[in-house]
Design a protein. Structure first.
Length: 82
């Protein structure tokens, strides 16, 4: 399998607006596709993920599964959609 795109993967649990700044920086400085994993964050964080979805693919874990599982989820997504 040849991958012809670069991806930035951001596993996120209870993020704040700093994550949005990181997404803005990545999208303005690179042509990477951005994948954010909502790793079981509370409902109060949904607006942050909604804003992130404007520039990134947002995947969701219903419960916190950890960074490693978040990265695996992103890799599975890339494999299925590449």
């Amino acid at each position: 399998m040849a991958i012809d795109r670069f991806y930035a993967v951001i596993p996120a649990y209870e993020p704040d607006e700093k994550m949005l700044a990181v997404i803005d920086d990545i999208s303005s400085l690179t042509d990477f596709h951005i994948i954010v994993i909502n790793d079981g964050s509370g409902k109060d964080k949904l607006p942050i993920f909604a804003e992130a979805a404007k520039k990134a693919i947002v995947l969701t874990h219903e419960i916190n599964r950890g960074k490693g599982r978040g990265i695996k989820t992103a890799l599975e997504y890339i494999k299925e959609h590449e």
